[in-house]
Design a protein around this ligand. Structure first.
Ligand code: PA5
Length: 392
């Protein structure tokens, strides 16, 4: 269950935007609206593949960058225990160009049974392509006759270098739907296969997302609120959490809002704050720094009961009290807060939030008058780097 508390720690006069009407416009005029359908047609195939893969490997290696890995990483890390290693272990690569990481990964994989899922919608992105090239050589050496059977390529159905390679080398292929952009693709084979291989029931994610789709009032309110803050000059939104397992979830949020809305000299800059840790680093700025911040706090209760004798309270209660104290202090320091409260971290709650935030990123972009699904600015560094590498 998720509760929203928008008014306790802020007083903003909201303009009324007809977001229902914007939603209708988006559905009529947008060819990249596939994520809104919450199409479950791939679920049984993904579940069957995942059951097979789980028996065949110690490590399931996901290679991708941006929307091709952040959604599954967010969900898997939120759901996984901190200390006990689960089998198969899900590892991620191809989202940076670190030689240290790649070399140590190759060494780590040496004595493990490995299955690879390389994900790229365009099939041409540099970081995963470079990583996959090394991993492919490794797989050819480790499984000379059957490496193709141990590689799953998730990519466009019709075109791209990855698709061509998959056909040539006989990899299994899964499709990134044409009308869904990377950062909106977690509930497609892009995110669903890794999540299912990690052992999580992807139907529960859809159930939560469906609930969010059927109850859009809170999403409309949140979208209007952040737009109102933006118009007041509050150009930084911090996603604050009090459960470190949600750290990759807020990384996913940063990508979703950063790439969707940072265009044409507009947009709110998304950051994350992991509390209570960051109260001892960023907390000072929140309280007394420049007046450009607002907070969206995502608080998840815990199932575990750690009782603190000294306070005669559970640790979860103290964590909540800390969160409430921070909200109050920040409010008094001119940082308003919206609260999103989860009764626990569950697939259903996370599925709800995936759809809730995707919807808000899209609607908010319409309010800013920009296109929500592309990211033309990302090409600038790629162009320079490719020139430096002597490529076309
Ligand atoms: O949201 C997006 O579209 C991007 O972040 C992409 O997911 C990212 O650039 C990776 O692209 P690709 O899947 O084509 O390799």
């Amino acid at each position: 269950m998720i509760q929203f508390e928008f008014q306790k720690y802020q007083q903003v006069k909201l303009d009324s935007y007809d977001l229902e009407n914007i939603k209708e416009r988006f559905l009529q005029d947008n060819h990249m609206s596939g994520w809104y359908d919450l199409d479950r047609s791939c679920v049984s195939e993904i579940k069957a593949l995942a059951s097979k893969i789980r028996l065949q490997c110690d490590v399931f290696l996901v290679i991708g960058i941006g929307g091709s890995y952040m959604g599954s990483k967010a969900i898997i890390e939120a759901m996984s225990p901190y200390f006990s290693k689960q089998k198969p272990e899900i590892l991620f690569a191809g989202y940076q160009l670190s030689s240290e990481y790649l070399q140590e990964l190759l060494e780590y994989l040496q004595d493990k049974e490995v299955i690879v899922n390389v994900i790229s919608k365009s099939g041409t992105t540099l970081e995963p392509a470079i990583t996959f090239s090394s991993i492919l050589s490794f797989m050819k050496q480790k499984y000379p006759q059957i490496y193709g059977q141990r590689i799953y390529a998730t990519t466009d159905a019709m075109q791209g270098t990855l698709l061509e390679l998959a056909k040539k080398e006989n990899f299994h292929t899964l499709v990134v739907p044409e009308n869904i952009g990377g950062r909106f693709s977690v509930l497609t084979p892009v995110g669903l296969l890794p999540i299912a291989v990690a052992g999580y029931d992807i139907d529960d994610l859809f159930e939560g997302a469906m609930e969010a789709k059927e109850n859009l009032d809170n999403c409309y309110y949140y979208t209007s609120l952040r737009h109102a803050f933006y118009q007041q000059g509050k150009v930084i939104e911090s996603f604050d959490i009090y459960e470190p397992k949600l750290a990759s979830f807020v990384e996913w949020l940063k990508q979703l809002f950063g790439e969707s809305q940072g265009k044409e000299g507009k947009g709110i800059f998304p950051v994350s704050t992991i509390n209570t840790r960051d109260l001892h680093s960023l907390g000072q700025y929140y309280q007394e720094g420049k007046d450009i911040l607002f907070s969206t706090t995502i608080f998840a209760h815990s199932d575990h009961t750690v009782f603190l004798q000294d306070y005669q309270k559970s640790l979860d209660e103290v964590n909540q009290m800390a969160m409430e104290s921070v909200c109050q202090a920040h409010y008094e320091g001119h940082v308003p807060t919206s609260l999103i409260l989860m009764d626990k971290i569950s697939l259903k709650n996370l599925g709800y939030l995936l759809f809730f935030f995707e919807m808000s990123a899209m609607l908010g972009s319409y309010l800013l008058g920009i296109s929500y699904y592309d990211q033309p600015g990302v090409n600038a560094y790629k162009k320079i780097l490719r020139e430096k590498l002597g490529e076309e």
